[in-house]
Design a protein around this ligand. Structure first.
Ligand code: 13P
Length: 251
């Protein structure tokens, strides 16, 4: 019932020119892939040129962050409307790197989610525990807080546009992938929570992505789990071959 979704988070990598080159390589092989949803999330500076390289393809464009305000004196920030103007359809919100390095709180992430939805952008809401939190046994409590507070005020109807990404912080960029059992446990917990919040018909439709050292070699096993509906890919999205292979693993 849920189409798989593979999203590439390029983080602070790729100039506009490098991004276009990578996009062209990806498009050449999977530009019109029908069975998997694919989203590329370049840095702001490459959005416009990557959008052009994606013209006429089924691959979608995402941003990595967004300010919830409409406009005004917010030096260095980018609004939902600005992203829409560049053909952006998705936006990653609450990534752990933003929470850790740039002070994004649950309340601020929630404002962004609400603003994204009000502007027809599909939020990819990132949730996940640190190593210390996992070792303290608070994984599920942390994930519950991220989900509940991140989605505060979001209606059941709006949930059709929401994507959740479970990214255990200790697995990001470390080569330490969560075991399929560890990942599935949290994904099932998130789906149960969504069921309590919005009811089963809504919860069954929400895509829950896994993120954290996902690569072609470990993707098939993760994607075979009942509640893992795709991946949010960092390192392996920076190179055409590995990204294409990840998308093919989701077919
Ligand atoms: P890596 O795939 O490099 O571990 O990054 C995952 C991630 O943070 C995607 O948002």
């Amino acid at each position: 019932i849920r189409r798989k979704l593979i999203a590439g988070n390029w983080k602070m990598n790729k100039t506009a020119a490098d991004g276009v080159a990578l996009t062209k390589d990806i498009v050449a092989e999977i530009g019109r892939i029908g069975s998997v949803d694919v989203v590329l999330c370049p840095p702001f500076t490459a959005l416009e040129s990557v959008a052009k390289a994606l013209e006429g393809q089924s691959i979608k464009l995402g941003a990595q962050n967004m300010n919830p305000e409409k406009g005004g004196a917010f030096t260095g920030e980018v609004s939902a409307e600005m992203l829409r103007g560049l053909f952006v359809s998705h936006v990653i919100l609450g990534h752990s790197e933003r929470r850790t390095f740039f002070g994004d709180t649950d309340a601020f992430v929630n404002k962004k989610v609400i603003a994204a939805l009000a502007n027809q952008l599909k939020p990819i809401l990132c949730v996940g525990e640190t190593l210390a939190e996992r070792e303290a046994g608070s994984t599920l409590a942390v994930v519950q807080r991220h989900v509940e507070q991140g989605l505060a005020g979001v209606t059941a109807e709006q949930m059709a546009a929401v994507i959740i990404a479970y990214e255990p912080v200790w697995a990001i960029g470390t080569g330490k992938v969560a075991t399929t059992a560890q990942a599935q446990e949290v994904h099932a917990f998130i789906r149960d929570l969504l069921t309590k919040l919005y009811g089963a018909p809504v919860a069954q439709k929400v895509r829950i992505l896994y993120g954290g050292s996902m690569k072609p070699s470990n993707a098939p096993e993760l994607l075979a789990e009942k509640d893992i509906d795709g991946g949010l890919i960092g390192g392996a999205a920076l190179e055409a071959r590995s990204f294409i292979d990840l998308v093919k693993a989701a077919e």
